[in-house]
Design a protein around this ligand. Structure first.
Ligand code: ATP
Ligand code: MG
Length: 346
């Protein structure tokens, strides 16, 4: 069986370091591994409209921002197919047929739907389109017969529900769809990177992000203002490493060579953590180190982004070509689906 990847992001803002460690960094590794037959990376603009219906301009502008972030981190249009969701109407058609295979109560029980609804304070005014998020995501994944979906931990219930839809479809109409597997980051710190405010998830919608395009001064300011252990008041106090956002970021980003370059009195993160736990290590020193690490990792990304920014028509061209390929693939799947359902009448 072919090995196919589908993943993507909502164009609701620029991408941040949570996206990077949760999904983007892995995508680039997978892309360059040469193990996959096809890689589809989707900018989910139709999905973003489900909770931004009154602001299509925001979504429109962020399509290019997300595309620039993709190219900046090393997604290569020669190896990965970058496309815009709304340009593939077949996805909407698939969603419509899948809707009949899912109950309202099952959607209500989906833990990601629950959290995302809460985060947006919809109250009783939930847009139907937003509510059906897992169904449209199942359409996106199955349209490309994706076998692997590399995403952050928050997406796990979505992939579970996608598998249910596939099983239900295949058992009702005959085998036409492929069940995907989720691929989570192997580093626990990257599953759900907290925000700089210590909140559970760095999220565009919560404004607690360090963006991939962030300028050096601003990265530094954000890092120096980060939450740490609130009980670590004096340098000599023992500090808590678990749940401390500064150490979670170090878990996600610090490599041994960063120690050699910026903090040679420690060989690795283990030694730094031990010192912090024992007491005698101040937050400022740890934050300065984290700042150096992030500056080192983000500088090449930011510079590449600036290069691509000089040629926006090229970026749109990449997306147009990618969307053409995606449309062809999705159209074939839609044909399979309609044949299985025996609704291709002519
Ligand atoms: P929005 O607030 O509009 O939903 P978002 O920041 O949650 O935006 P998405 O586009 O919903 O971003 O998510 C894109 C991908 O990034 C998903 O695979 C998701 O799991 C992953 N991701 C998002 N935030 C984080 C995070 N803080 N840590 C790890 N992975 C994340
Ligand atoms: Mg999200």
């Amino acid at each position: 069986m072919s090995k196919i990847i589908l993943t993507g992001d909502r164009p609701t803002g620029k991408l941040h370091v949570g996206h990077y460690v949760g999904s983007l960094r892995r995508r680039v590794e997978l892309q360059n591994s040469g193990e996959f037959d096809k890689i589809f990376i989707m900018i989910a603009d139709a999905q973003a409209l489900t909770d931004n219906a009154d602001n299509p301009e925001k979504v429109r502008q962020n399509i290019i921002e997300v595309a620039l972030d993709y190219l900046a981190v090393g997604l290569d249009p020669a190896k990965s197919n970058l496309f815009i969701q709304s340009q593939i109407p077949e996805l909407t058609e698939l969603s419509f047929y899948y809707m009949n295979l899912v109950t309202v109560s099952r959607l209500q029980r989906n833990p990601t739907v629950k959290t995302e609804l809460q985060m947006r304070n919809f109250g009783t005014s939930i847009p139907v389109g937003f509510f059906t998020y897992p169904i449209s995501q199942a359409a996106d994944i199955t349209a490309f017969k994706a076998t692997v979906v590399p995403v952050g931990e928050d997406q796990e219930p979505m992939i579970e529900q996608c598998k249910e839809i596939v099983r239900k479809f295949n058992s009702t109409y005959g085998e036409a769809l492929v069940e995907p597997e989720i691929l989570l980051p192997d580093n626990a710190a990257c599953l759900r990177l907290p925000g700089i405010d210590g909140k559970a998830k760095m999220s565009k919608s919560l404004g607690n992000c360090i963006y991939l395009s962030e300028e050096p001064d601003s990265i530094k300011k954000k890092v120096m203002s980060m939450f740490t252990d609130p009980n670590h008041l004096r340098v000599e106090d023992p500090g808590q490493v678990e749940g401390n956002p500064v150490f979670i970021y170090l878990d996600a980003f610090a490599k041994d060579e960063h120690f050699a370059e910026f903090l040679p009195e420690y060989n690795n993160l283990r030694e730094l953590k031990d010192h912090y736990s024992r007491g005698g290590l101040g937050d400022v020193k740890v934050k300065k180190f984290l700042n150096n690490v992030l500056q080192t990792e983000l500088e090449p990304i930011r510079n590449r982004r600036k290069e691509f920014q000089k040629d926006i028509p090229y970026v749109y061209d990449v997306l147009r070509k990618g969307s053409e390929v995606a449309k062809e693939t999705a159209a074939k799947t839609l044909e399979d689906v309609k044949s299985a359902m025996r609704i291709n009448y002519f």
